[in-house]
Write a protein that binds this ligand. Structure first.
Ligand SMILES: [Zn+2]
Length: 637
């Protein structure tokens, strides 16, 4: 077992940058600190309560007590949500040392352990008398998917220094998977990629090459039509075209992104640069043509899929919270492999505008889908209501398909591990938060910094050197792609810096201060004209935040759809809100909306359009909302 207990979710054997774990980076407050606290104090318990209440934890008890299939509850993959809660709980133990979280992990382990069978098999849906045969439904059965999350939970446990019974259970499950799905076994793949991520990381933790080899087999097999054709086609589970031959991410978004992240893991572990380059090319194409302004991915509700290029309708955006999280996971792996800041840029956009949007401020309700345009006000859910999934119009306490809440739990609990990296020469800061970083560089030197900032409300990031040995090292900071202006101040000298990264190499002394000031002036952005559904619209961003207009901020019940934004008016930064100039239109109803000659401009009046960070939308009750606002047309004459 590896002695690596830094608390790093991903530990590649090779790559440009070395990840720093939760024992090396601590979030101390601010935007993400508040979310970590709510996650710790409310969301973990909330998820656990719901999974007890609905019998998802009880499925394991029923398995051990021989009450299956009669007493099985929930959809086929609920085991995975228990594992994701355990992963989040394991990171929480590592992050905060919470005794409560430690007990929770131990209690869940005690419930699950007796359900594991002699040969390592573990699933509450298959294999018992009265249940379908094991691995008889690889398309929809999710057995391998559930193992993947189990393995990731075990990895979190091992990497936070607690290689306990659950880690042993995961090894037995992984051995079983290798026995059954290795060469000469069932030479197929699971319908939902995820096992690959778990296998690679468990290989890294345990040093067991066999797990890596199995992950590699799964990556190479996919795309060779070993899964049945379904009504969405095999592209739904990326089994139509081999992974390295895809052009862009396609099919079910979460599946595609977990698969791509795992392909990066396999590529960097095996030195397969062709595979790595293929994924980067697919990422580039997907970001350029298939990604929402928020960073959200997946534009089809039907099949929860990526659309074709430029199919990005704002009102029908699926943009599943899990796809946002999977995208951050992929960005992180690509950043570690290449050191290129564009991957951290997309991670930032997605964290602030998809992942942070999902949970309610109290951490007890969630968005599953994250549309950029809500046409009718949402309906306040009953606290006891189990929503199916994306039909929700406001954040819902729980879902029948509840992948997103537990994904938020594990992401927030481990978030500090996605902020910074090191190499032999110094520290690189990719995401800005009130935080403390303390690590050992490749050559054994201890270095550390403390970061204070009100980011993203303000653009000043103050970095104080807290540990150094007096020899020179390099502090590198990302200058975000959206930053129209940025300055770096070191030793009283202020200079302008360009987007990308900026570095200071110095013989730092403890107490030295470096400031990065990033301009937070709001800006209008214009969509590529090939995105039909928002042609003629504009959106406003400020710093890393996408802004939106919400009906609760409009006068007299006005609809967000009656607003037009003036492309020439200044964006004003008020005390509470950014406002844009525009018009509130008064439309005349017509019996048929397609005349042969262009309409005369409807009458309207000038208004200030108050804008809210998208991640805060629908936190003040039901409202309509839009990110993309039609531009006002000039009146003739
Ligand atoms: Zn989800």
């Amino acid at each position: 077992m590896s002695a690596d207990i830094d608390g790093r979710p991903v530990v590649p054997a090779s790559g440009r940058l070395r990840p720093l774990g939760i024992s090396e980076v601590e979030i101390t407050g601010g935007f993400w600190g508040r979310r970590q606290q709510v996650n710790s104090e409310a969301t973990i318990q909330h998820c656990h309560d719901w999974m007890e209440r609905l019998g998802w934890v009880g499925n394991f008890r029923a398995a051990a007590e021989g009450r299956l299939p009669e007493d099985r509850n929930g959809v086929v993959f609920t085991d995975s949500d228990v594992y994701k809660l355990m992963e989040g709980t394991a990171w929480e133990v590592g992050r905060s040392g919470s005794a409560d979280a430690e007990h929770r992990f131990a209690d869940l382990t005690a419930v699950i352990a007796p359900a594991q069978e002699e040969d390592g098999y573990l699933n509450t849906v298959f294999g018992r008398p009265g249940q379908p045969v094991r691995y008889s439904d690889l398309e929809w059965g999710h057995e391998l998917y559930c193992y993947g999350h189990m393995l990731q939970a075990a990895v979190a446990r091992a990497r936070t220094g607690r290689a306990d019974q659950f880690v042993e259970m995961a090894r037995r499950a992984a051995d079983h998977v290798c026995d059954i799905f290795g060469e000469g076994g069932i030479e197929r793949v699971g319908g939902h990629p995820e096992i690959e991520l778990g296998l690679v990381e468990l290989a890294r933790v345990t040093g067991e090459e066999r797990y890596l080899h199995q992950a590699s087999l799964f990556i190479d097999r996919r795309g060779h039509q070993t899964l049945a054709d379904i009504h969405w086609g095999r592209s739904y589970f990326q089994d139509d075209v081999p992974v390295r031959e895809q052009v862009a991410f396609t099919g079910h978004s979460v599946r595609a992104l977990y698969l791509a992240a795992a392909a990066v893991d396999v590529a960097v572990e095996t030195g397969d640069t062709a595979l790595l380059e293929a994924i980067i090319a697919q990422w580039d194409r997907t970001v350029a043509r298939r990604t929402y302004l928020t960073g959200g991915m997946g534009s089809h509700h039907d099949g929860e899929k990526f659309g074709e290029d430029f199919v990005l309708p704002p009102d029908r955006a699926y943009s599943e919270t899990c796809a946002g999280i999977a995208s951050v996971m992929l960005c992180w792996r690509l950043l570690l492999a290449t050191g290129e800041p564009r991957f951290a840029d997309l991670a930032e956009r997605t964290l602030f505008n998809v992942v942070a949007t999902s949970p309610a401020p109290d951490g007890r309700a969630f968005f599953y889908a994250n549309p950029l345009h809500q046409r009718v006000p949402g309906v306040v859910p009953s606290p006891d209501f189990v929503s199916h999934r994306a039909a929700s119009s406001l954040r819902e306490p729980w879902f029948a398909v509840s992948c997103c809440p537990t994904n938020v739990v594990r992401t927030f609990a481990s978030l500090s591990a996605y902020l910074a990296t090191s190499d032999d020469g110094g520290i690189q800061i990719h995401q800005y938060a009130d935080s403390r970083i303390s690590t050992t560089l490749g050559n054994g030197r201890r270095v550390g910094v403390e970061i204070e900032t009100n980011y993203p409300d303000h653009g000043r990031i103050s970095i104080r050197v807290a540990e150094t040995d007096g020899s020179p090292w390099t502090l590198t900071m990302r200058v975000p792609e959206w930053a129209t202006e940025a300055w770096l101040t070191n030793r009283g000298e202020r200079k302008r810096v360009e987007r990308g990264t900026t570095s200071v190499e110095d013989k730092f002394a403890v107490g030295d201060q470096i400031h990065l000031d990033v301009g937070m002036t709001p800006r209008l952005v214009i969509p590529d004209s090939r995105i039909d559904s928002i042609r003629g619209c504009l959106a406003v961003e400020q710093g890393p935040l996408v802004l939106c207009v919400e009906s609760v901020d409009l006068p007299d019940g006005a609809s967000v759809d009656d607003i037009r934004i003036d492309p020439d008016a200044d964006l004003e930064v008020g005390r509470e809100k950014v406002t844009a100039g525009g018009r509130l239109m008064e439309f005349e109803d017509k019996p048929w909306p397609y005349p042969e000659t262009a309409d005369q401009p409807e009458s309207g009046r000038d208004v200030e359009i108050p804008l809210t960070p998208y991640h805060e939308w629908a936190t003040r009750g039901p409202s309509t909302m839009r990110v993309w606002i039609p531009a006002a047309t000039k009146e003739p004459g």
